[in-house]
Design a protein around this ligand. Structure first.
Ligand code: ZN
Length: 424
């Protein structure tokens, strides 16, 4: 028996962790990015009589490590803190940076409460961030080294905003530095880009990452509207920045490279949107479209579009659901059999539960892992406690997880496998 021995994706993912090595990087005169100390990056802008901090890392513990790494480059007082968006890994360390300085806290006004995250009840322990995976199984969280594994994300280091704007952009002057805050909805609806015109440095928040964008997160979020994201990227392109400090991973340096990153990112979103909409108009179903929609070879090779975090296939499904709803157009699927009713018929066709289990085992042992998981699901639809079926599904998911480039998929597969094996 031969197993597909393709671990190239996993090894590429492992190598991507080099993006998170700890370093304070001078991106321009008086502008420093702290990378790898927390789930997200922190940018320090030196002003005439104090400092400005853009994003604050995930918690006060990380924030203090970053302050130490900045050393005397962090000139007190901190006059302003800017949140590019509301995600807890960017806004959780504010108290540490503020100290007793009483800085103004800037953001877009849209940032009111913790985002519109709905979140579905956890099924089988699945977790896209791999928060509880054992170290031996964990590689990274896609665009960050880890998300709440070491120090849990709390809101204790969050400071409420004192200066917000509701329009398209606002120019502020703090400590002699002139900054433009630009509303650039993308990864989050409230995202702002910070443009330091005098230094030609762009801080795009999470609108640009060195990964295919997570347009339709599996953790239970609405589609992040692609048209608005594309428009935001066009707007950032027009600035012609010389350096870019994204919310995660290492900065992009040099005007040509920044232009390339922004262009690839925009084109990576727009080609998937265009192909999916064209397919919808031709009556293609989501299951068909994920087989057909592809990045061009040139985009697929871009270092900014590797599928470490977001996935083209999941973007296709998210766009489909957002534009035309849940129904795939096939009348059979208007009122499908319930899972147990379907499974009972499948098992009967296979020759009974023992025969079905044998088929599932054979599939896993011959490398047909997805099919093995689907057959195990038939047994679990009738009896969720079926120990042999749980074990087999766990094996199938582990094999699938180990072959992923995508950290989100890997973490979800492996966490679910641990749960099914009873070791989570
Ligand atoms: Zn982020």
């Amino acid at each position: 028996m031969t197993l597909p021995d393709d671990f190239a994706g996993r090894e590429q993912l492992r190598a991507s962790s080099a993006e998170f090595r700890r370093e304070v990087i001078a991106v321009a005169d008086g502008v420093f990015a702290a990378v790898g100390y927390s789930a997200s990056n922190v940018t320090l802008i030196q002003g005439d009589d104090g400092s400005i901090i853009v994003d604050t890392s995930a918690n006060p513990v990380d924030a203090r490590a970053i302050m130490e790494a900045f050393g005397d480059r962090l000139r007190r007082p901190v006059r302003a803190i800017i949140y590019t968006h509301n995600h807890p890994d960017h806004s959780g360390g504010a108290t540490a940076f503020a100290g007793a300085d009483g800085p103004d806290i800037y953001s877009h006004r849209m940032l009111v409460e913790a985002g519109p995250e709905f979140g579905r009840g956890q099924r089988d322990g699945g977790d896209a961030f791999g928060t509880k995976l054992p170290d031996a199984l964990f590689i990274n969280a896609g665009t960050q080294l880890e998300y709440g594994r070491v120090t849990p994300h709390t809101r204790e280091g969050f400071l409420p905003r004192t200066r917000t704007f509701s329009g398209d952009s606002e120019t502020i002057e703090v400590a002699g530095a002139r900054l433009q805050l630009i509303h650039t909805p993308g990864e989050s609806p409230e995202n702002i880009a910070v443009w330091i015109g005098a230094k030609r440095v762009l801080i795009p928040g999470d609108d640009v990452l060195k990964s295919y964008p997570n347009l339709s997160p599996i953790r239970g979020l609405k589609l992040r509207p692609p048209e608005r994201w594309i428009a935001s990227l066009d707007r950032m392109l027009a600035l012609e920045a010389d350096a870019m400090v994204q919310g995660h991973m290492r900065p992009v340096l040099g005007r040509d490279e920044v232009r390339r990153a922004l262009t690839d990112y925009r084109d990576g979103i727009s080609t998937v949107l265009d192909q999916t909409l064209a397919g919808i108009r031709q009556g293609r179903t989501p299951d068909e479209l994920v087989q057909e929609v592809r990045l061009s070879p040139q985009l697929a090779a871009s270092p900014y579009l590797q599928e470490y975090y977001g996935s083209v296939a999941w973007a296709v499904r998210g766009i489909y659901a957002d534009y035309v709803g849940w129904f795939d157009g096939n009348a059979t699927n208007l009122n499908p059999l319930p899972p147990a009713g379907r499974a009972a018929r499948m098992i009967e066709m296979a020759g009974g539960p023992e025969a079905m289990l044998a088929r599932a085992r054979q599939a896993v042992e011959t490398g047909d892992f997805q099919w093995g998981a689907e057959l195990a699901d038939c047994l679990l639809a009738l009896d969720p406690a079926d120990a042999a079926a749980r074990q087999l599904k766990a094996r199938a998911l582990t094999e699938l997880g180990e072959r992923q480039l995508n950290a989100t998929a890997r973490n979800y597969y492996l966490t679910t496998a641990q749960f099914l094996e009873g070791s989570a």
